[in-house]
Design a protein around this ligand. Structure first.
Ligand code: NDP
Length: 404
């Protein structure tokens, strides 16, 4: 039985809090803290009504290590689940080190002033976490997160060596707006506007944003335009999956989404440097974020499904082999269960599962740990139990779901 502190009361934080409440035999006491207390209180009341579980709420500025330390000492949790923004990863990790509690997040650190994410600064804390016998589980969402575990599971049960990985992320949900993002608009637009990148034959290859496109036939959804992006799990998978020759990440976008984004780009509204307007400094992307629908509000109106998975190709006993592991999540089913659409659901459920396995001692290793470094089996079992069942298709090594 463990006390847990969740930081961040956005779309993902809501799901984590609901799912922890549903797993009361592990999470004996839950505190939800965020910058805006009223958002925590709204989720607290919803959980009490839907799950009949009472959680505590707190206000915190997670950019401030001293405030975090005070809060962690007051709550006295076994671990912190960080589902605030990537900007807060380092301060929350530091506060965990100062107070001696375990840490988990779902996205790697990003500095507010540069749209670039990498594990460097978090991995640099590996020695500090090891020295204190503490674990920092990095990237326990869906992608990164479940996609890393899918690769580890494929390697453990299907391959001697994996040579090619394609990660395929499709959101076929329709929220009825001309333009909205399914998670934090600022983080989403920064990610999509970055250069594409993939790893092949020992080196990173860079592309222009959205330069490479293919059409993939997603099971239960159908063919969708899928664009090559750089995504953070590639960095750790390249390091941890030995023998890898290529890894790519693909995400679907509709033509309408891309056209809106292009217009915003063309007129400078996706810039992240401050500009002066009538004597005030404003960051154009913050204005866009303020005008767009709050992703949390998309839940009740989003219909359709997501399908996120990995295709792994490699060898077993000297023979070529290829498998496709994926999950399908239905936006309306997720909303019925925890008042959130699939993008929050597919991130929040794995965050809770990672925390559950840490609290149960099934996943416990000191240091900064990426998901594929741990035994995938208990995590895969929990996915089936906690609302994200997966499917495996064993494919002919020459077959593909790519629509030619
Ligand atoms: P939201 O913007 O909906 O929520 C973020 C929450 O963090 C808000 O409640 C916000 O507070 C709070 N917050 C922001 N800054 C601070 C701060 N300084 N102190 C305290 N609280 C703060 O984002 P999401 O819920 O959609 O995403 C949460 C995280 O999940 C992000 O890091 C995102 O990158 C990650 N993610 C990971 C995915 C994966 O598959 N691995 C997929 C999707 C998201 P306030 O409401 O006051 O602004």
């Amino acid at each position: 039985m463990s006390r847990v502190l969740i930081i961040g009361a956005g779309g993902v934080g809501r799901v984590v809090a609901h799912k922890c409440a549903q797993n009361g035999e592990v999470f004996s006491h839950i505190t939800l803290a965020s910058r805006t207390l009223s958002k925590c209180e709204e989720i607290r009341d919803e959980i009490e009504k839907m799950q009949n579980v009472r959680i505590d709420t707190e206000q915190v500025d997670a950019d401030n290590v001293e405030e975090l330390v005070r809060l962690i000492k007051k709550v006295d949790p076994y671990m912190v689940i960080n589902v605030a923004l990537p900007y807060q990863d380092l301060t929350i990790m530091d506060a965990c080190l100062l107070t001696g509690v375990h840490y988990l997040d779902t996205a790697n650190y990003e500095h507010p002033d540069s749209a670039k994410f990498e594990y460097k600064e978090q991995w640099a804390k590996d020695g500090d976490f090891k020295a204190k016998n503490l674990m920092a589980l990095l990237g326990s969402g869906f992608d990164p997160g479940v996609t890393n575990v899918f690769c580890a599971y494929a390697l453990k049960h299907y391959f001697d060596e994996i040579h090619y990985i394609d990660i395929l992320d499709c959101n076929a949900g329709d929220h009825g707006y001309a333009f909205a993002t399914n998670f934090n608009p600022e983080i989403n637009i920064r990610e999509v506007n970055s250069k594409g990148r993939y790893w092949e034959n020992g080196e990173w290859k860079e592309t222009e944003p959205m330069e490479i496109k293919m059409v993939w036939d997603y099971p239960q959804i159908g063919p969708k335009d899928s664009y090559l992006l750089y995504h953070e799990e590639e960095e750790s998978l390249v390091k941890n999956i030995k023998g890898l020759k290529r890894i790519r990440f693909w995400m679907t976008f509709s033509q309408s989404y891309l056209t809106h984004l292009k217009v915003l780009d063309n007129i400078g509204l996706t810039r992240i440097d401050p500009i002066e307007v009538d004597g005030c400094k404003v960051v154009p992307l913050h204005v866009v974020k303020a005008l767009l629908p709050d992703p949390a509000s998309l839940g009740p109106r989003t219909k359709g499904k997501t399908n996120i998975g990995v295709v792994c190709e490699g060898v077993k006993n000297g023979e070529r082999k290829k498998i496709y592991i994926y999950n399908i999540c239905d936006h309306q089913e997720a909303y019925k269960e925890v008042c959130a659409q699939c993008v929050s659901y597919t991130t929040g459920v794995p965050a809770m599962i990672g925390a559950k396995l840490m609290c149960e001692g099934k996943w416990m290793e000191p240091g900064t740990i990426n998901m594929e470094q741990l035994d995938p089996d208990p995590f895969m079992e929990e996915l089936n139990r906690q609302g994200l069942p997966w499917h495996i298709i064993e494919m002919d090594p020459d077959a593909t779901f790519e629509v030619k």
